[in-house]
Design a protein around this ligand. Structure first.
Ligand code: GLY
Length: 381
């Protein structure tokens, strides 16, 4: 038993099940009513709208939910949906316009490859990893964001694991080293002394020198955009699974400690930890990402640092306990297309503000799956 079991598992466990049921019904409705569509955010709760996407990065989350549901239920219908959605994403492995190939392929082709071991599926992952690596700027030693050659985003930490995966599968040391270099540059220029993160770094393209921190989606260059911090804690944790380098785990832990510290008594964080007080706007998606990332960090910290593991697990369960309430879950609103309400995509562009966002639904489902493994006395799958 861990301290997290002090939370009322008897009330939480049914809500974990209810969240899975809600996700299954919403995903089934979406793929039936809008086949071939990979929405990013809702408008007034609806996935279908004419709003811009800014960048096309969320296909893997819809496919990923179908894979989670396929693995959970064992139902052939979910397996078919998961495969169909993944197949639709296959051409994206050559997409050089985005930095999001990890988001897209690690949540679609990776579970598919895990399920079958088919070499052709691994080839897709390898190709996607190699394509992402083409974004590498050797002078600045970073993978450039989709926005501009001189721009590095914290979000890329969630995508760089696909390069590690490709390097490991092919034994390509140069590919591995490039990914390591990106992580070290991100740590150096975007992760601050308190473990907080800047969203973006800007480089001099002539010299490769780092010039300044910046932001696209946060309040300011020197603020900690909450989702960016969640991407970092989860991303560095995933990277550590490939590198086993204590430096990667140390960054993830600094990020996680900062996330807990800045969250204080509120399990659901504001969209930017430095957003002006008085105009509070939650980002439920950042909470969901952090919950899932913290559960993975907790598992990786055991048994050597059980105190830390308990702390991260307890916070993750607190987040889930807070998210799985009527305020955040659309389970009483059949007209609402998403699962998790009150997410924020791009505050400044007014895209998906206080709406459902596809990654929020995905990481909630992923965290719920992980939490179910922790329910005291529950038979393990
Ligand atoms: N594009 C990644 C994000 O909005 O968090």
């Amino acid at each position: 038993m861990t301290p997290s079991s002090a939370i009322l598992w008897s009330t939480l466990e049914p809500r974990l099940g209810r969240a899975i049921d809600l996700a299954a019904s919403r995903v089934a409705r979406l793929v039936t009513t809008q086949p071939g569509s990979f929405p990013i955010y809702t408008v007034n709760g609806r996935w279908r709208h004419s709003g811009e996407s800014w960048t096309d990065w969320c296909g893997g989350f819809l496919a990923g939910m179908a894979w989670i549901l396929a693995n959970r239920t064992g139902e052939p219908a979910w397996r078919s949906r998961a495969e169909e959605l993944s197949l639709k994403l296959a051409p994206r492995r050559h997409d050089r316009a985005v930095h999001d190939l990890g988001f897209i392929f690690l949540n679609s082709y990776r579970p598919w490859h895990r399920a079958t071991g088919e070499a052709a599926l691994l080839d897709v992952l390898i190709e996607a990893g190699r394509t992402l690596a083409l974004r590498y700027n050797p002078k600045g030693r970073y993978l450039r964001s989709f926005l501009a050659p001189d721009s590095l985003f914290i979000d890329i930490m969630m995508n760089v694991p696909i390069i590690f995966l490709a390097a490991r599968a092919t034994g390509d040391q140069a590919l591995h080293d490039l990914a390591v270099a990106h992580c070290r540059t991100t740590e150096r220029v975007l992760v601050r002394g308190d473990g907080g993160t800047a969203h973006e770094g800007i480089f001099d393209l002539e010299t490769g020198q780092f010039l300044r921190q910046s932001t696209q989606q946060g309040v300011a260059a020197d603020s900690t955009w909450t989702r960016g911090l969640a991407w970092s804690l989860y991303g560095f944790g995933q990277v550590h699974e490939f590198t086993a380098d204590p430096a990667d785990q140390a960054v993830a832990w600094r990020n996680a400690d900062c996330f807990l510290e800045r969250s204080g008594a509120s399990p659901i964080p504001p969209w930017d930890f430095d957003a002006p007080a008085g105009s509070r706007l939650d980002d439920s998606s950042a909470a969901a990402i952090a919950a899932s990332g913290l559960l993975s960090l907790a598992e990786a910290a055991r048994p050597s640092d059980a105190v830390r593991a308990d702390r991260y697990e307890t916070h993750a369960i607190r987040i889930l306990d807070a998210l799985l309430q009527d305020r955040y879950m659309a389970w009483n609103e059949p007209e609402w297309d998403g699962v998790l309400k009150h997410g924020v995509y791009h505050f400044h562009k007014r895209l998906g503000v206080d709406e459902s966002v596809m990654w929020g639904d995905f990481f909630l489902l992923e965290a719920v799956e992980k939490a179910l493994e922790l329910v005291p006395g529950r038979a393990r799958f």
